[in-house]
Design a protein around this ligand. Structure first.
Ligand code: NDP
Length: 248
C-alpha cells in the first residue's frame, strides 16, 4: 500500500473533498486524524466508515482560524499516533460576491479560513517535520487561485496566496527532506458548488473540455500520490485537477 503505516492530518475532513481524502489515505494504509468545524454527526459517520478500513481514525473539532487549536491538534495527533508524516490543508470556504458588494467581514472570513488556516496548521506541524527531517504537505488550492474567477476576489486571493506559500516553503524546507505541494481542483461536485443554479452549472459544464464536474475522488487520488513517496522528487508544484478547464 502506498502509505503503509504513515500518519496524516486532514483539515476539514467531514464533507466533500476532505472526506474523500480521509477515506483514500486510510485505504492506502495510513492512520488519519481529521478536523471539522461544526459537522459532528458527519464526523461520527466518517469515523465509522473509515474505521472499517482497519486503520486508526481520529476526529477533532478544531477551527483552522485558531492558532492555539492548530497547535493542540498537532500535539494530540503526535500523542495518540506517535508521529506525524503528512499534513493535508484542505479546510476552505467561499463567500462569493461582486467586489463592490463584498463586506470587509466576507473578505476576512475567507482569507482567515483558507490562507491563515493553512499557515496555522503548517506552522504548528513544521517543527515536527524539521526535527524528523521528513514530511509531506499537500495544500488544497483552486483553479480560482490560478486563473482568477469573477465574484471570487476573496477566494481567488486566498487560494493564490496558498500557491505562493507552497512555493516559498518548498524552497525553504527542501534541505530537510520535506516536500510541499499544492493540488488545484476545478469544479468538483461537493456542497461547495451544489448550491449553484442548474443553468449556471450547465454553463460551467460546457466550458470543461472533459464535459463533467470532477468528483471528490478525482482529487483524493492526486492527493494520495502527492503525499506518497511515489512523488519523492516533486516539490513546490501545483497540480491542476480540472478536466482541462484552465488549458491555455
Ligand atoms: P465543503 O464545503 O464540502 O467542506 C469543507 C470542509 O471544511 C468541511 O469539512 C468543513 O467542516 C471544513 N471547514 C470549514 N471551515 C473550517 C474551519 N474554520 N475549521 C475547520 N474546518 C473547517 O468543501 P469542498 O470539499 O468542496 O472543498 C474542500 C477544499 O477544496 C477547500 O479548500 C476548497 O476551497 C477546495 N476546492 C473545492 C472546489 C469545489 O469545486 N468543490 C474547487 C476548488 C477547490 P464542517 O463540515 O464542520 O463545516
Amino acid at each position: 500500500m502506498l502509505l503503509e503505516d504513515k500518519v496524516a492530518i486532514v483539515t476539514g475532513g467531514t464533507r466533500g473533498i476532505g472526506r474523500a481524502i480521509v477515506l483514500r489515505l486510510a485505504r492506502s494504509g495510513c492512520d488519519v486524524a481529521f478536523t471539522y468545524l461544526k459537522s459532528s454527526q458527519e464526523a461520527d459517520l466518517l469515523i465509522r466508515e473509515a474505521g472499517k478500513l482497519g486503520r486508526r481514525v481520529l476526529a477533532l473539532q478544531a477551527d483552522v482560524r485558531d492558532f492555539d487549536q492548530s497547535r493542540q491538534l498537532i500535539e494530540r495527533v503526535k500523542d495518540d499516533f506517535g508521529k506525524l508524516d503528512i499534513l493535508v490543508n484542505n479546510a476552505g470556504i467561499t463567500r462569493d460576491k461582486a467586489l463592490m458588494m463584498m463586506t470587509r467581514e466576507e473578505w476576512l472570513e475567507v482569507v482567515d479560513t483558507n490562507l491563515n488556516g493553512t499557515f496555522n496548521a503548517t506552522r504548528c506541524a513544521i517543527v515536527t517535520f524539521l526535527k524528523q527531517k521528513s514530511g509531506s504537505i499537500v495544500n488544497i488550492t483552486s483553479v480560482s487561485g490560478v486563473t482568477g474567477l469573477p465574484r471570487q476576489t476573496n477566494y481567488s486571493a486566498s487560494k493564490a496566496g496558498i500557491i505562493g506559500f507552497t512555493k516559498a516553503l518548498a524552497r525553504e524546507v527542501a534541505a530537510y527532506n520535506i516536500r510541499v505541494n499544492a493540488v488545484a481542483p476545478g469544479f468538483i461536485d461537493t456542497d461547495m458548488i451544489g448550491s449553484l443554479k442548474e443553468e449556471f452549472r450547465e454553463a460551467i459544464r460546457k466550458r470543461i473540455p472533459l464535459a463533467r464536474f470532477g468528483s471528490a475522488d478525482d482529487v483524493s487520488r492526486v492527493v494520495e500520490f502527492m503525499a506518497s513517496d511515489r512523488a519523492s522528487f516533486i516539490t513546490g508544484q501545483v497540480v491542476i485537477v480540472d478536466g482541462g478547464l484552465s488549458i491555455q
